[in-house]
Write a protein that binds this ligand. Structure first.
Ligand code: C5P
Length: 321
């Protein structure tokens, strides 16, 4: 494969900057199978991309450098965002450069709105946006298929961050089938407390299963009711179909989340579910107006660090400008 191109870089601004953004996701259905021999769990999940975006700006540079601004830049636990090779964006840049046969030269800035380690795929969004932005900066002309293959090597959720919309995910989450959903869904995201480590939540699920405290996961629950509801509604149908096998382990590690879930339904959400590995609570609203009311009510409850009204589906990683 040769992606090197003699064409000039795809610059969108005067100083040679290229800007891309990518959305957060909510898993409206997350069925987790047993632990596989490769350390991952087999999944059946329905991803929904929602309107909370991280922005990645890349400029010509000498070697790689990374700056992070916005949400999560002061964290010290799992929500701390590293600015070196531990950041998925750094690895995305190295991987794209290597595969395309170009030098990994770029000054990269991530402007975060998606909280880290929150079950919203913030790191995956950054990696997906970086792939799209660097592909333009370096004029590597990768196809969507090639970018998706690189995304899958970076992390289970990165292919979905590229794709966006609604998709059924299988394998470890990286094998995607797009789902057509015509209507808009309104949600309120409540970020409760400090970040949770995804591997720790999966490990807690394995522990609860070994102790017989939750079903063993040999039979993955069907995503069909969620997909049918997402396509056409109504809201109570989606509310009834939401499910997440990572919710019990997230609650086990963070018992306070119970109160956060109750606060959401108590304030009028049609349903509330932990998003991915948590600790974000995704509260389903009847419509946009209800979401605004719910946001105000939940902001006053004091159980969440941040409360944001969002809607989905929205597109995946795209150039901006
Ligand atoms: O793919 P990603 O790097 O996002 O996964 C982070 C961690 O989450 C993995 O190392 C694994 O512990 C857990 N995981 C899993 N099964 C999946 C996806 C993630 O056990 N399908």
């Amino acid at each position: 494969m040769s992606w090197s191109s003699p064409g000039g870089p795809g610059r969108l601004a005067g100083d040679g900057a290229v800007v891309a953004r990518a959305p957060a996701k909510v898993n409206v259905h997350l069925a987790v199978g047993p632990l596989r021999s490769d350390g991952f769990h087999e999944l059946r999940t329905v991803y929904l991309a929602v309107s909370l975006f991280d922005t990645v700006t890349v400029r010509p540079g000498d070697g790689l450098s990374l700056t992070v601004t916005g949400e999560g830049t002061t964290g010290s636990g799992p929500d701390a965002v590293p600015t070196d090779r531990r950041n998925l964006v750094w690895r995305a840049a190295e991987l794209l450069a290597e595969r395309a046969g170009v030098p990994a030269d770029a000054a990269i800035t991530i402007d975060k709105s998606i909280p880290a380690a929150a079950g919203l795929a913030g790191g995956s969004a950054d990696a997906a946006a970086a792939l799209v932005a660097l592909d333009a900066l370096w004029a590597t002309h990768a196809t969507r298929g090639e970018l998706t293959a690189l995304a899958a090597r970076l992390g289970s959720d990165v292919p979905f961050s590229l794709l966006g919309g609604v998709a059924l995910g299988s394998g470890r989450g990286e094998q995607l089938s797009p789902v057509l959903a015509r209507r808009r869904w309104d949600w309120v995201l409540g970020i409760a407390g400090e970040g949770l480590s995804t591997p720790a939540v999966y490990a807690e699920l394995d522990r609860l299963r070994a102790a017989g405290r939750v079903p063993d996961g040999e039979e993955l629950s069907s995503p069909d009711p969620v997909i049918a509801a997402l396509r056409s509604g109504p809201v109570p149908a989606l509310a009834a179909a939401l499910g997440n096998d990572l919710q019990p382990p997230a609650l086990s590690l963070r018992p306070d989340l119970r109160r956060a879930l109750r606060a959401a339904t108590g304030a009028g959400a049609a349903a509330a579910v932990v998003s991915g590995s948590g600790p974000t609570v995704a509260a389903l609203a009847e419509d946009e107006e209800s979401a605004v009311r719910l946001t105000a009510a939940l902001a006053g409850e004091g159980v969440y660090r941040t409360v944001r009204a969002v809607h989905g589906p929205v597109p995946g990683a795209r150039l901006v400008g």
